[in-house]
Design a protein around this ligand. Structure first.
Ligand SMILES: [Zn+2]
Length: 482
């Protein structure tokens, strides 16, 4: 099937950078783009009229945990002052003597909802750095049903993080060293890498730097090379992790990863906020950004999630200037990669104390070609002949925007995922007029809502102190009684 999209402004590709093509036209044949220019006479089976719209490369979201936003509500847990901004611990470090937190059905609906939400907000490609337990065949089926492009492998680690009866967190070595987890991930990749016409790609996910011991890291690097896939790891994301690695190995996180072969092309570091000279660490023993840039590893930067935890990358601009390949991710809800452009820009300006930092081109590049480079894919993140037909059409003719002069600057300044009207992945229209062409959205939302509320209602059963969600994170206002 051939499709022609008549813009609007098409964000084309010059060969070296994005360029704007007013009144542009783009032709798709099968799953690839065959033409980008201004000729609107090329024959096609279907013509999409994008007059007045912005036709963008599909965005790449480098950090989507496919789960419901149960944890997101607890991320700003007011009671975790002793945990040193240990972000996920409050919901991701299970109490040892409590029942498992999620049902398989809850996990499945969480996965489906998250993958769909990220797609509908404009991310045609996501990296899922591992999600809860659950059936892996189901995961493959869900990717097939939702319609987006996903890089995933089941997460594994050598150490678990647990909470004891007094609310203290502990790293506990697993008796199996994480080997069966790595094996299961390799088996998953052998079986499913390239499934759904290449929409599901394998990636190895050793969970976190401090929960992966040196032996497991080295074996993961060897497995990634053997399987021909990349790897993703949470690193430099919270202070508890920094202390754990510093006191276990006398190294910074990046030194630890470098010494175990992880820093290399094909590796995506989730966050990498707390590098040696970050103002919260001030450990000025090395130029870590230079080493990171030279290693060829990439950073999946999630500015909103970190702003929420009162932490910032120092800074997006400094990383880019040092030559580090930076892509963008959401990590938490909303899974809105378009808004993330603005957060990346604004947080960089605040950190740099320069209003001219975080320029629109830089953050747009991060969410497109930066993400593509991180995943080793030069056929994603750009609209050019030969590239995959992963395309997002946004409406900027709304009262929210007002008159627009430069559509990319306007997108960064005012845009959100709600502006996304049409999404194509592999040449297929998967969101049309803001609605899924594949799923019953209302049913999906109702099921997700029910599953999330069940989990929240049952929170006291899994919490070390039996607290309700409202006790952990008091609501903004009290509820009127009676
Ligand atoms: Zn994460």
């Amino acid at each position: 099937m051939t499709i022609r999209i008549d813009g609007g402004v098409v964000v084309g590709w010059s060969g070296t950078q994005h360029e704007l093509i007013p009144d542009g036209s783009l032709v798709i044949d099968g799953d690839c783009i065959t033409y980008v220019g201004t000729d609107r006479t090329k024959p096609a089976d279907r013509v999409i009229d994008a007059t007045g719209k912005l036709v963008c490369p599909g965005f790449i979201n480098l950090h989507v945990h496919s789960q419901l936003n149960i944890g997101d509500y607890l991320l700003t847990d007011a009671s975790k002052r002793d945990y040193w901004t240990a972000n996920y611990f409050v919901f991701g470090a299970p109490a040892k003597d409590k029942p498992p937190s999620f049902t398989p059905e809850g996990v499945a609906i969480g996965r489906k909802y998250a993958l769909f939400s990220a797609l509908k907000n404009g991310a045609t490609t996501i990296l899922d750095p591992g999600s809860g337990p659950g059936n892996l065949d189901d995961y493959v089926e869900i990717v097939g049903a939702v319609g987006g492009r996903v890089f995933f492998g089941p997460a594994f680690r050598s150490h678990d993080v647990v909470t004891d009866g007094k609310g203290r967190h502990h790293y506990e070595p697993r008796a199996d060293g994480g080997r069966p987890g790595l094996q299961a991930a390799a088996d998953f990749i052998r079986k499913y890498h390239g499934a759904h016409n290449g929409r599901l790609m394998g990636i190895l996910n050793p969970s976190q730097a401090e929960t992966s011991d040196p032996a497991l890291l080295r074996e993961t690097v060897a497995a990634a090379a053997e399987l021909g896939v990349g790897l993703s790891i949470h690193a430099g994301g919270n202070l508890r992790e920094i202390v754990q690695i510093l006191y276990s190995y006398r190294k910074t996180v990046l030194e630890y990863l470098a010494d175990n072969g992880i820093l290399r092309p094909g590796t995506v570091l989730g966050h990498s906020v707390l590098v040696a000279d970050h103002s919260r660490l001030e450990r000025p023993f090395a130029d870590e950004l230079k080493a990171l840039a030279e290693s060829g590893a990439s950073v999946g930067h999630c500015p909103y999630k970190y702003a929420k935890m009162a932490l910032a990358l120092e800074s997006f601009d400094r990383f880019v200037d040092a030559g580090v390949n930076v892509g963008l991710g959401t990590d938490t809800y909303p899974l809105d990669i378009v808004s993330e452009l603005r957060y990346a820009s604004l947080v960089s300006r605040l950190v740099e104390r320069k209003y001219y930092a975080g320029r629109p081109a830089r953050v747009f590049n991060a969410a497109t070609i930066g993400g593509a480079r991180a995943l080793g894919r030069d056929d994603l993140g750009r609209l050019a002949p030969g590239a995959k037909a992963d395309i997002v059409i946004l409406n900027q003719r709304t009262t929210r925007y007002g008159p627009v002069r430069d559509p990319i600057t306007a997108l960064v300044d005012y845009g959100s995922g709600a502006d996304v009207e049409t999404v194509l992945v592999n040449g297929e229209v998967v969101i049309d007029g803001g609605r899924s062409t594949r799923l019953d959205e209302d049913e999906l939302y109702a099921r997700a809502d029910a599953a999330a509320n069940r989990a929240w209602d049952n929170w006291p059963k899994r919490d070390w102190a039996g607290r309700t969600v409202e006790e952990i994170l008091p609501p903004a206002f009290p509820t009127r009684k009676g």
